[in-house]
Design a binder for this molecule. Sequence first.
Ligand code: MN
Length: 302
Amino acid sequence: MPAADILEIDGHRLKLSNLTKPLFPGDGTTKHQVIEHYVAVADVMLPQLAHRPTTRKRWPDGTAKQPFFEKNVPRGTPSWVRTVTLDSPGSTRNREQVTYPLLDNLAGLVWLANLAALELHTPQWSVGPRAGVRDPDRLVIDLDPGAPAGLAECAEVATLVRERLAADGLATSPVTSGSKGLQLYAPISGKQDADVVRHYAHEVAKQLEREHPRLVVSRMAKNLRDGKVFIDWSQNDDAKTTITPYSLRGREHPWVAAPRTWDELEDAGSLTQLLAGELPGRLADLGDVAPAVGAPGPRLPT
Ligand SMILES: [Mn+2]
């Protein structure tokens, strides 16, 4: 990337600012390096973002300072950024509307990185060409460890979830969250609504809690979580979003929501969260191991 602060990508002119500003206090990762991360993962991340309204968590003064959460596109959004205006989920009474960006090119990713939008979050559903909201095409299960449980216990529970979902014909892919735990994704038919998916995920969580009471908890209360892994089924709600695979996390160091292989999870004891700097090498060695998108999975049993 040139040092100049005007960048032309795909014919779009982007004015970049404060490129040398450190955004991650742990290691001084600058905004320039944040942009480099999104350039490095763009080809594999854009399919994860495609047609999904994207909410952002922005840290304009770095991750030691307060972030803000942004749903609407901000003032000054370039005209070439695709947007969609939808009724805000969960606010049907007031019919509040939100205009979200739909990221479909590298220029859009760099535009957001320049706004210090370190975290990109997406729902499990997408929108059609005429802004029609589709039913979710993937199921997500978020595994959150309660100390002293950690990522190793999450990997153990991930295997249990994988086996349980496989019994219903679902293929599951892991993503270490870049925070404490990991997410599991499985493509589904796209022909059942979010309530059906959420109910199914909740039933799976309750079943695994019954079968593995010392390891698994299905209820949200934090005090139940000590030494266990919370199977968070609730992110299948149509008003909820999940960190998008390949997004940075707004933490002290630039950890990434990183798609992983099941081989890596089997070696649970040595599993760690990954830093942005590890991604280019992984992509060269392993290619894209992210959850499949665009290939429908089975219907969930009801
Ligand atoms: Mn989580």
